[in-house]
Design a protein around this ligand. Structure first.
Ligand SMILES: *Cc1c(COP(=O)(O)O)cnc(C)c1O
Length: 240
């Protein structure tokens, strides 16, 4: 029987190899891309093993899971990213442990995050989640995100909010709409929005895109951060 440490070490090495190869293929330095391991549904013991293996960036998408896990790992030097849809009533909890919230998609959430960051005295990095499957002004898709036309207003709100720092943009490759099955085109589009954003906010240079199945496309497009779960930890058990 292979133990969990060996399994995670092997998976991590394989993902590392994929990122390195994807960088090499387009002439990017490996150091330009940060791997964030998405540990959602997996226990704090896995986070500990990953830390032993050199992982320093982890992501979670549900506060109920993330809060106790972050607390159990509070002795480790980890950067925690929150990547799930976030209700304003969870913001106070998330602000206790999240270094970054990558799923900022409405002004009301910015206001709530700012208040919570001020109360805890921690600065929270914010990425605006862009929904590439939403038409201009369309309702947010079920995976969250603001339509491209709303990026500017949200960026201004984050930039002006005490306790928050505008980090950049995030997206999830759409399952529906014109970009379905075309992650490279989706990520290229996100890069265009990032260029526009950086014209007004030069420090907002994070581009978070790419998951287990499409990290190569994200690296090729120019992503600075990839969020990988399954390829490191295994296929998640279905949530009830
Ligand atoms: C779960 C999740 C990931 C990781 O997905 P995998 O396919 O398991 O690599 C990345 N980003 C977000 C927003 C997620 O919810």
């Amino acid at each position: 029987m292979t133990d969990r440490r060996t399994e995670l070490a092997d998976n991590l090495a394989a993902v590392e190899e994929r990122i390195a190869a994807a960088c090499a293929a387009v002439g990017r330095e490996r150091a330009e891309v940060t791997l964030i391991v998405v540990t959602k549904t997996y226990p704090a013991s896995d986070v500990r093993i990953l830390h032993e293996l050199g992982v320093r960036q982890v992501a979670e998408n549900r506060d109920q899971d993330a809060a106790p896990k972050a607390e159990a790992c509070a002795d480790l030097d980890l950067t925690w990213h929150f990547v799930g849809q976030l209700q304003t009533n969870k913001v106070r909890s998330v602000a206790q442990y999240a270094d970054f919230v990558q799923s900022v998609d409405r002004v009301r959430l910015v206001t709530a995050l700012s208040g919570a960051a001020e109360r805890t005295g921690r600065e929270i990095g914010c990425l605006i989640q862009v929904a590439l499957d939403a038409g201009e002004g369309a309702a947010r898709g079920e995976r969250g995100g603001v339509s491209p036309g709303g990026i500017e207003e949200l960026a201004a709100a984050v930039a002006a909010a005490p306790g928050l720092r505008l980090g950049g943009l995030m997206t999830v490759a759409p399952l529906a709409g014109p970009y379905a099955g075309r992650p490279r085109e989706a990520f290229d589009r996100l890069m265009e929005f990032s260029s526009r954003l950086r014209a007004g906010h030069p420090a907002a240079n994070m581009v978070s895109a790419g998951m287990s199945t499409d990290l190569e496309e994200a690296v090729a497009a120019g992503a600075t951060h990839v969020r990988v779960g399954t390829a490191v930890l295994g296929v998640r058990p279905r949530l009830g």
